[in-house]
Design a protein around this ligand. Structure first.
Ligand SMILES: N=c1c2ncn([C@@H]3O[C@H](COP(=O)(O)OP(=O)(O)OP(=O)(O)O)[C@@H](O)[C@H]3O)c2ncn1[C@@H]1O[C@H](COP(=O)(O)O)[C@@H](O)[C@H]1O
Length: 108
């Protein structure tokens, strides 16, 4: 899993316990699970809408919003990046990506 994602996740975990002036993440945790779920739903919809248009910058922005809010949801639910990485690796092993049956995609 990308180290930048892990770094962001660590900041989000820190915001769960430490107050920082103007922190949007503090605000989400204070509002609680229903607010976080609502934001994830909204951001999913915004990704879908942006991908109907041909504007990569906008699509990347919306995907970043979604990734951030999913990381907040994971922190709220006690799901770690390693939990997700392990499950992805399990699936890859089952499908055979590491055994050479499918050629890995490079330059991602
Ligand atoms: N990656 C993000 C990030 N992506 C999106 N957002 C926020 O998500 C919100 C989404 O915008 P919306 O218009 O949908 O929501 P809003 O109207 O601002 O707020 P709502 O009332 O709808 O909740 C914006 O306020 C963005 O600033 C983020 N806020 C914080 N981070 C990162 O999280 C870390 C901690 O940030 P703070 O908690 O703000 O210190 C830092 O590394 C930040 O870069």
């Amino acid at each position: 899993m990308n180290e930048d994602l892990k770094d962001l996740y660590k900041v989000i975990l820190d915001r769960k316990v430490n107050k920082v002036d103007g922190s949007y993440t503090n605000y989400l945790f204070e509002k609680g699970i229903d607010k976080i779920l609502k934001k994830v739903g909204e951001e999913c919809t915004e990704v879908v809408i942006s991908c109907k248009e041909d504007n990569k910058t906008e699509q990347v922005n919306e995907i970043c919003d979604l990734v951030y809010h999913v990381l907040v949801l994971m922190a709220e639910k006690g799901i770690t990046i390693d939990d997700v990485s392990e499950e992805l690796a399990n699936r890859s092993r089952k499908i055979g990506n590491f055994k050479g049956e499918r050629k890995p995609i490079t330059n991602v």
